[in-house]
Design a protein around this ligand. Sequence first.
Ligand SMILES: [Zn+2]
Length: 85
Amino acid sequence: MTTLNERVLIVAGHAWQCLACRSKLLADPDGVLTQQGLSPEERQLLSQIEPGAWATVTSLAEALGVARCDLEEAMRHPRSRLRHF
Ligand SMILES: [Zn+2]
C-alpha cells in the first residue's frame, strides 16, 4: 500500500466533507491545489480524481489508492474539518 502524504488526505478529506470546497476543487483544481502546499505529484493525483469518485468514501479512497480507514482517519483530523480552500 502506498503511503500518501497526510496533506493529500487532509485536502481530500476536507473536499469530501465540504461541498463548497469540493465544487471549487472540481471547477479549478490547479487554482485550489497550488495553495495547499502540495507537491506537483500530489496535485496531479488530486486533480485527476473523477467527479464520480467523490460519491462515496470507498470510491474516493480507491481513486487515491489508499485504504479507506486511512482516508477516514484523515477526515477526522481537525485540519481536515476546518480548513477551507
Ligand atoms: Zn470548505
